[in-house]
Write a protein that binds this ligand. Structure first.
Ligand SMILES: [Zn+2]
Length: 332
């Protein structure tokens, strides 16, 4: 049996032989950034990322060009005894997984970052490649998280928007400014419904367009709302005075957490739709099947629960935050 590629997990995810941190939030000398969401970003000296992510990082965080080492998807990158490859993760535009192969014995590792399995209107089709070690996110890694199909979710959202407009109200779709906001813009554009974007959303939409994402130019919301338009804004702005003062606003949150029966109270909205940029529970299991790893490390969300489920399916799996290592040892 080949030795696994060395991985340290005590102080963030670190590949010592490549001197490379994975999605570290602390500034490091060398860091791989899977995508441009804040919880995966650190101001590293040298940033390995996909080409679209490099562009979005510049627009979002003012990252200087000389820190960025953008790589095209699928192209092999030789680093000493290793071969690296970025693969589309399907989470948001530009999101990447990192595949690492040790050339001498072909031992391999795949780090997923955030991912989903179905193709969105604004995301690349995810590509999973076989790896011996799989480090995967498990945000929705419990059996209760099963999202409806994309067409069904789109239908629910468009019904809400059309009904609000017919009743003379303004449908406000609350979506994270990077990722979900572009996806809903594309969904509305496809349905022929004009939409105004909050400036924070428009800035990210413009960055994605410049990075190559096929999207219409965003119409920027400046406080006035022409009839017949929907509004796309980040969830946090809805509590601002400007929005509280608006009459006839109907709000809907777009999030995988919408499946929680208390979602509309939790988010303080009129409706909630489970448009997710993460894989659901069956999707996470499908990803494991496609990668066919010898060992799995789970990160984010239901790490222990999902690792326990994988052990029931005879995989070697443990949560990065520990606590189940003993359970694993006891099974042997
Ligand atoms: Zn993310």
């Amino acid at each position: 049996m080949r030795e696994p590629i060395p991985l340290e997990t005590e102080n963030g995810l670190y590949l010592p032989e490549l001197e490379l941190f994975l999605d570290s939030r602390h500034p490091r000398e060398n860091g791989f950034i899977s995508h441009a969401h804040a919880d995966h970003f650190g101001r590293h000296e040298n940033i390995l990322c996909s080409e679209p992510t490099a562009h979005i990082l510049k627009a979002r965080y003012n990252v200087a060009d000389e820190r960025l080492n953008p790589q095209p998807f699928h192209e092999p990158l030789e680093v000493g005894p290793y071969r690296l490859q970025l693969l589309p993760a399907g989470h948001i535009y530009g999101s990447a997984m990192l595949h690492v192969t040790r050339k001498k014995d072909r031992e391999s590792l795949l780090y997923t970052g955030d991912f989903k399995l179905h193709r969105g209107l604004t995301t690349e089709n995810p590509v999973f490649r076989q790896a011996d070690t799989l480090i995967m996110e498990t945000t929705f890694g419990a059996p209760k998280w099963i999202f409806p199909g994309t067409n069904e979710i789109t239908g629910m959202i468009l019904n809400f928007v059309n009904q609000s407009l017919e009743e003379g109200a303004v449908p406000a779709l609350l979506a994270y400014s990077l990722g979900k906001a572009q996806e809903i813009q594309a969904i509305l554009a496809q349905a022929g419904i004009p939409a105004l974007s909050h400036p924070a959303v428009a800035k990210m939409t413009t960055a994605c367009r410049e990075a190559g994402c096929q999207l219409p130019n965003p119409l920027i919301f400046d406080g006035s709302l022409p009839p017949g338009h929907a509004l796309i804004c980040p969830p946090n702005v809805i509590r601002s005075e400007e929005f509280q003062a608006m009459a006839d606003l109907r709000t809907a949150i777009l999030s995988g957490w919408a499946l929680d029966k208390n979602a509309i109270y939790r988010f303080g909205v009129d409706a909630a739709f489970p448009l997710s940029d993460h894989a659901d529970f069956p999707g996470l299991l499908e990803a494991v099947r496609r990668v066919n790893p010898r060992r799995i490390i789970t990160i984010h969300g239901y790490t222990r629960e999902f690792a326990a489920e994988l052990r029931r399916q005879n995989y070697e799996a443990w949560a990065v935050d520990g606590g189940d290592q003993m359970e694993l040892d006891l099974q042997r």
